[in-house]
Design a protein around this ligand. Structure first.
Ligand SMILES: NC(=O)c1ccc[n+]([C@@H]2O[C@H](COP(=O)([O-])OP(=O)(O)OC[C@H]3O[C@@H](n4cnc5c(N)ncnc54)[C@H](OP(=O)(O)O)[C@@H]3O)[C@@H](O)[C@H]2O)c1
Length: 254
């Protein structure tokens, strides 16, 4: 028996990285998982890969850019038609770009806040009518919310905003039995992390810098974040809300 048998889940940014691993884990635990992303081909192949596993659940791909409110309406209309409820929402979609304070542009600020903060807020707000009583909402914060990682002030601030949303929405939604928690990964091997810099020397330096301070001495795997998100998604975490679960090899902890 799967931990999410019969449950309806939505994972934004479900075509790659942490979102894809989590959607796959949810489906393997019996859930029907709606996955979204901007690039249709990547999204469809992620859904196909999950469905090929055929482990009880299924993935349904719906193209949606979370920074476009009409796209969110379309995503939730599809969920409403199919299932008329959401039991688990992982508002995972997010982007990261390195830029030092002196170089920050309006475009960089607007793009990063537009997806990570504005897009996430409306992802959750527009899900409210469909969220079942007792649903679980999981938000993607990061160790970046509590560390001063250089050249990432805008990204770090978006993740601190998400940490703050977690507390407020946990309070606002507790009356409906809806729990809201944040997952805060450290460096996880994903296309997003690999794409942070096009310069291989800078990428190596970033990795070495993180590993030097990493108690577990290695990068994380998306499946390790998926396991933590699964815990927050199920009744195993029934008394946990407003919390931040770090999955960071100890990087921000010691
Ligand atoms: N990897 C890490 O080390 C790490 C650490 C801490 C926190 N996080 C957070 O964890 C989340 C996932 O990170 P990741 O590394 O797995 O990222 P990733 O490999 O870049 O994957 C991001 C996913 O989100 C989708 N996406 C991006 N912008 C979107 C938008 N506007 N609307 C809908 N989907 C969108 C992407 O698909 P499309 O491009 O096709 O839209 C892709 O499926 C992010 O919120 C990130 O900030 C990651």
């Amino acid at each position: 028996m799967g931990q999410l048998d019969g449950k309806i889940a939505v994972v934004t940014g479900g075509s790659e990285g942490i979102g894809a691993a989590t959607a796959g884990r949810f489906a393997s635990e019996g859930a029907t998982v709606f996955i979204s992303g901007r690039r249709e081909a990547e999204l469809d192949s992620a859904a196909k890969a999950i469905n090929a596993q055929n482990r009880g659940g299924q993935a349904i791909a719906v193209r949606c850019d979370v920074s476009v409110l009409a796209d969110l309406d379309r995503l939730y209309a599809r969920v409403k038609d199919h299932s008329n409820r959401i039991d688990v929402l992982f508002a995972n979609a997010g982007v990261a770009e390195l830029m030092r304070l002196g170089d920050i542009t309006e475009e960089h600020f607007d793009r990063t806040f537009g997806i990570n903060v504005r897009g996430l807020l409306f992802t959750v707000q527009k899900a409210l009518p469909l969220l079942s009583d007792g649903a679980s909402v999981i938000l993607p914060s990061s160790i970046a919310a509590s560390k001063g990682l250089e050249a990432a002030s805008v990204y770090n601030a978006t993740k601190a905003a998400i940490r703050s949303f977690t507390r407020t929405w946990a309070a606002e939604l507790a009356g409906r039995g809806i729990r809201v928690n944040a997952v805060s990964p450290g460096p996880i091997e994903t296309p997003g992390l690999a794409g942070l810099t096009a310069d291989p020397a800078q990428a190596r330096m970033l990795k070495d810098l993180q590993l030097t301070h990493m108690p577990l001495g290695r990068m994380g795997d998306p499946g390790e974040v998926a396991a933590a998100v699964l815990f927050l998604a199920t009744d195993a975490s029934s008394y946990t809300t407003g919390a931040e679960l770090f999955v960071d090899g100890g990087l921000a902890q010691v």
